[in-house]
Design a protein around this ligand. Sequence first.
Ligand code: ATP
Ligand code: MG
Length: 563
Amino acid sequence: MSDAAPEPRSNFIRDLVATDIESGRFGRPIKTRFPPEPNGFAHIGHVKSICLNFGIARDFDGGCNLRFDDTNPETEDMKYVRAFEEDVRWLGFSWAGEYFASDYFEKLYEIAELLVTRGKAYVDSQNAEQIRAGRGTVTTAGTNSPFRDRSPEENLDLLRRMKAGEFADGAHVLRAKIDMASPNMIMRDPLLLRIRKAAHYRRGDAWCIYPLYDFAHGLSDAVEGITHSLCTLEFKDNNDIYKWLVTEAGFERPPEQTEFSRLELDYTVVSKRKLLRLVNEKHVSGWDDPRMPTIAGMRRRGVRPEALRTFADTVGVSRKPQRTELATLEHAIRDDLNMEVPRVLCVTKPLKVVLTNYPEGQVEELDASYYPHDVPKTGSRKIPFSRELWVERDDFMEDPPKKFYRLAPGREVRLRYGYFIRCESVVKDDAGNVIELRCTYDPATRGGDAPDGRKVQGTIHWVSAARALDCELRMYDRLFRVPDPEAGGDDVDFLTMVNPESLVTLSGAKIEPSVARDSDDARYQFERTGYFWRDPVDSRPERLVFNRIVTLRDGWAKVVGRG
Ligand code: ATP
Ligand code: MG
């Protein structure tokens, strides 16, 4: 990250880490980890977790591991591992070490034997239904399994045979022997290992017993010497089993779990399972569709990592469950681009203007600065001006209301960086649609001011028809129609809430020719239209495609429109 990055805001977790360092509590440098399950792409919720874990490690001279929590053979895949790696790097972080929970299967099995030998775990041969029924409810205690008092010898024998593949899926499970009456349901003899005869994406058929989340997670942390294990609030009740396991397994100064609230963003879903449905059911073009709240999607859309880091810092870290407004994210993206990117002219829905008093065949070059005065950057380019121009269809009205300050029959406007033009007449097709404006320009107004002091109310953008480049614009909007697409719970499929207008493609747009000289990853503000960059997948020099990264702030269109 650049040295100029602002100091991150403090939060209760940073305060806790600072206190622990002060007291020397762990007796080692602090260590965090970011532990995704590789069953989908990283999303905006992960951005919060990544910035928290890697940010703390960086700021407190510790390290953060990237650990894949890959204990589930059914849904995991190497392509998701690669995607997480790329996304973490792109966000500007590097990991102290990269680990896989699936590399700990041996270690976890050793701990399983240790627990069995010490009478702290047993093999239960009830089926799933019986186990569930025996667990009791929030208000009633559970009942002990009839297999709970098996001897350590018998348990060890069964456990070894489970590992050797002697039993079918579901025939036995390994459970911790804790307390079937615990007020914390998770402590009622939680499952540690289950039989699953399935190939794992990394371990193949080497294992047929797989650890459950609780068994794998805390112990993976402990093995890596993690100090602060930060997770989201839904794991609050798992904290007891976390502590129990790292203690029973004999770790000195084991890691400690601290929970914070998940990021929930309006007009978005943040669950890999749900994002996978959007992909599989073809509501989007893939994990990197620019409408997706994935890091890959936002990157392809044109968002910069700086904006996402600022966003994470803005939402902060607390234990209070909250939804974040989409405007907060858009604000971070816009603020980042506003200070960085050049302004250029692009006409999204073109209408032809012919300047009847401008010489045919003549092209002149006008000076145009790339940045407004309030942006501390400089630079300019020439833009060609000619007899035929394109202007925005919406900047003309044949029969305008009083407050319409743009083009209309008899009205005069300023062309950005150019001249005053007056609309003298309109040309219509047989259906009565306006297809061309016949205008005159005032040669004395070059640069945008009239020597006679005459004022115009509006300034509009335009491009030279002779020199403009064709381009396609992809105008992205929120992916869902409603702020909380999951509000209906299981009764209403969230996919019915997808916004049918989340992508509007404008294929006939016209852009000033200067962009042909810029690098493919240049970002722009198209004046009065929004922030854009070339789609990194589909844009070609001969067929430019631009993604709208974000719209302009609401007040902006008005300010510029008034000129
Ligand atoms: P998903 O439901 O998307 O699969 P998960 O919680 O299962 O999410 P993992 O990929 O297994 O996600 O988790 C990686 C880390 O990212 C975890 O520490 C998790 O707590 C964190 N994380 C996931 N979603 C969010 C979120 N919305 N806000 C903050 N942190 C999150
Ligand atoms: Mg998950």
